[in-house]
Design a protein around this ligand. Structure first.
Ligand SMILES: [Zn+2]
Length: 283
């Protein structure tokens, strides 16, 4: 009896401990579940408020080439875009009345780069890996990226080309130098074909495997060029940009022009006042 009683006590004790354990486990489970739920809610809210898209929009307010956010309205979109209206050295310009400058003094040192095509909603851009440079009067600038506009942003003696290529460079001091290349209707351009084939959807970047390109293949034979001091042709329209527009165009086929214009019918800022700036011809 005594033994039986002990055994019975032990059994009851075990059941009590088990119950206690299960209760605490359940309570803990409930606590963890609530904690997880709160964490998930926090994550959702955090992602919604601080998503890259929202941050990007906050950093770069919406601007465009047509509609309510067209180039004449850029300065009203954000205080950061004030230069688009107030700037006196804006780009692009109509290139005319150039004075003879020094002979050609741009040295191109473009190397092949893995093909990386971005469709950023304003243009098609090819990003360049470091190591490709231009040298203007002994000043070295590194090629960062190149992109396209249609029709050409610069005009030469009032005449626009079908497209214009902008090769964007920066030196060690953070100063920008852009080389502009006119693209006229002619024969098919193999490098443009390779780039156009890999244009991703808007907002996407396409890093193409086993495909390299060289910007050297987008330059005309004759490197004579016009130079002047201007600005970015897109918001925030920052000035002190060293512009170098090559006089000789490269050729692209009608199909290639149409293919770009199917994506971007017009993505060119109209020409801006010269305001007495000096345009030099280097030939
Ligand atoms: Zn551009």
């Amino acid at each position: 009896m005594c033994l039986n009683q002990d055994l019975q006590d032990l059994r009851i004790y075990r059941i009590m401990v088990f119950d206690l354990l299960s209760e605490s486990r359940f309570a803990r489970f409930k606590r963890v579940k609530i904690k997880n739920l709160l964490f998930i809610i926090f994550l959702i809210l955090f992602t919604a408020v601080f998503s890259p898209q929202v941050l990007a929009e906050e950093k770069a307010p919406h601007w465009s080439y047509g509609g309510a956010a067209n180039p004449t309205k850029w300065s009203q979109i954000s205080t950061e875009f004030a230069m688009c209206e107030l700037g006196r050295d804006q780009s692009p310009i109509n290139i005319d009345d150039a004075v003879q400058g020094t002979p050609i003094n741009i040295e191109f040192n473009y190397k092949p780069t893995p093909l990386s095509v971005v469709n950023n909603g304003h243009t098609v851009q090819v990003n360049y890996k470091s190591g490709s440079t231009i040298n203007i009067n002994g000043e070295k600038y590194e090629l960062l990226q190149f992109h396209f506009h249609t029709p050409s942003e610069h005009t030469i003696s009032g005449k626009a080309s079908a497209l214009e290529l902008h090769l964007v460079h920066r030196n060690g001091k953070g100063q920008l130098a852009v080389v502009g290349v006119m693209m006229a209707k002619g024969t098919t351009n193999p490098l443009i074909e390779q780039i156009w084939k890999h244009i991703p959807a808007a907002g996407k970047n396409n890093i193409v495997q086993n495909s390299t390109i060289s910007a050297a293949n987008l330059l005309p034979k004759n490197k004579a060029y016009f130079s002047y001091t201007g600005s970015l042709t897109t918001p925030p329209c920052s000035e002190s940009v060293k512009w170098n527009v090559l006089a000789e165009p490269i050729q692209v086929s009608e199909e290639q022009i149409e293919a770009f214009q199917n994506l971007y019918q017009v993505n060119a800022r109209p020409v801006q006042p010269i305001n007495g700036r000096r345009i030099e011809f280097h030939g």
